[in-house]
Design a protein around this ligand. Structure first.
Ligand code: MN
Length: 295
């Protein structure tokens, strides 16, 4: 099903194109196909799914070790949108190896996960991969990255083709791989007051240890020494609550179904898109090769 050169694998991150983590990921990825690295020219950690809509972007060739790469003066999501456009055809997007786990609520802040999410918006399969923040050598993680890619990218496991968006966290010396869900019960964000050299009040956004993680979650898995693989989706609809409120507090759904059946008229759809601009761009960035975006 793939071309003679194998899978076309776009590699990005949020730590910047010169991070040792992206070089390690690109090296392992090259065993599975043709790799192109497109990443932010500087670190853009914790920028979430921001996009650059108010100025043009540059796309410049560079080198990381023996690999050729491209650096972009934009966000991780920009890199995936632009990189996919420039390469023309991409089979899978890998993001990482991020220096620092992306567990639980961190997926909201994470540029690493956002790069993978952007790929999903473009109809592509994507995997975000994170390792411990203090990691200095990456050889220890490479066999585990290889095993993750072998598990998920293999052609002879059709069921695994379905998780389009996957968030992977690899601890030190893992015992194996487990499927997990996102841990949401505890938030580890914390604000710590401090003062600047002139005595003025300032605040650090930081993290605090989280206790009592639920079994089966990403955080639980990593605490227990397992590589955590979490399939994510972009549809945030709370289906249970939607069913509840439709029953308990019915609004105008029945009338709307009668008066407004099916898709809106072209003119109405166009008017809403104009009202959305420029942020509607995220969904409007299309690679010419992509015909069926699955979100
Ligand atoms: Mn990062």
């Amino acid at each position: 099903m793939h071309s003679p050169e194998g899978m076309r694998i776009l590699v990005s991150n949020d730590d910047g194109v010169y991070s040792p983590g992206i070089a390690a990921l690109a090296e392992v990825a090259s065993e599975f196909g043709t790799v192109r690295v497109v990443a932010p020219e500087v670190e853009r950690s914790s920028t979430g799914h921001a996009i650059t809509a108010s100025r043009p972007l540059s796309y410049r060739a560079t080198r990381i070790g023996s690999l050729s790469a491209y650096r972009v003066n934009g966000t991780p999501a920009d890199c995936v949108a632009l990189g996919t456009h420039q390469w023309g055809k991409v089979d899978v997007v890998l993001s990482g190896l991020n220096l620092g786990f992306n567990l639980g609520h961190a997926i909201w802040h994470s540029g690493t996960v956002a790069a993978a999410k952007q790929a999903t918006l473009l109809g592509l399969r994507a995997i975000a991969l994170s390792v411990p923040a203090g990691a200095e050598t990456f050889d220890q993680f490479k066999p585990w990255v290889r095993q993750v890619l072998r598990t998920v990218l293999t052609d002879d496991a059709p069921a695994l083709m379905a998780p389009t968006l996957l968030n992977v966290n690899i601890p030190h010396n893992p015992r194996g791989l487990v499927w997990t869900r996102v841990s949401v019960r505890h938030y580890d964000g914390q604000i710590v007051p401090t003062t600047d050299p002139l005595g003025r009040e300032m605040f650090w956004f930081t993290v605090a240890p989280v206790k009592g993680t639920d079994e089966g979650t990403d955080r639980w898995a990593v605490e227990q020494g397992w590589v955590s693989l979490t399939p994510l989706r972009l549809d945030l609809t709370d289906e249970t609550q939607l069913a509840n409120v439709r029953t308990l507090v019915p609004l105008d759904e029945q009338v709307a179904a009668v008066i407004s059946p099916g898709p809106a008229p072209v003119e109405a759809a166009k008017a809403v898109q104009e009202d959305e601009a420029p942020h509607a761009m995220t969904g409007a960035v299309h690679s010419p090769t992509i015909s069926d975006p699955k979100v």
